[in-house]
Design a binder for this molecule. Structure first.
Ligand code: NAG
Length: 131
């Protein structure tokens, strides 16, 4: 949630200084901009339980919607920390958004890789509205 608040404030800052032709970039948050608004964030862990082996936060912006994103690392647990209204988050048991597909909401809590899922291989965000 802290990272999200920071990212959102960067969007506001970018909007505020945009008209003055000031170039502003911040490593790790450079992708969130007026042209590419923030959609949602997930945190992943390398162990079940959303506690051990914290792998960090993935931030998804508008340009990354409706695209499959492979984790590329062994993800055993995932938590959707925030998402825009009208948008959905799906995790898949295989790379390439194949295998078991699970929908998560922000109230879903810890999404452990269980019930036929060995680990989470990929994910996708979609939005029904422009968001
Ligand atoms: C998952 O995200 C929700 C929504 O932000 C948060 O309330 C909850 O504490 C998170 N759980 C874990 C295990 O990180």
């Amino acid at each position: 949630m802290q990272l999200t608040a920071f990212a959102n404030s960067l969007v506001v800052l970018t909007l505020a200084i945009g008209t003055n032709a000031v170039s502003f970039r911040s490593e790790g948050f450079a992708r969130v901009s007026r042209q590419d608004p923030h959609i949602g964030d997930i945190r992943t862990w390398g162990q079940l339980g959303c506690s051990a082996d914290n792998q960090g936060v993935w931030t998804i912006t508008t340009s990354e919607l409706d695209l499959c994103h492979d984790f590329g690392i062994t993800v055993k647990a995932v938590n959707l920390t925030d998402i825009n209204d009208g948008c959905s988050f799906f995790a898949f048991s295989e790379a390439g958004c194949k295998g078991v597909r699970c929908a998560f909401g922000t109230g879903s809590g810890c999404g452990d890789a269980v019930d036929g899922v060995d680990s989470w291989g990929s994910f996708e965000f979609t939005c029904s509205t422009g968001a």
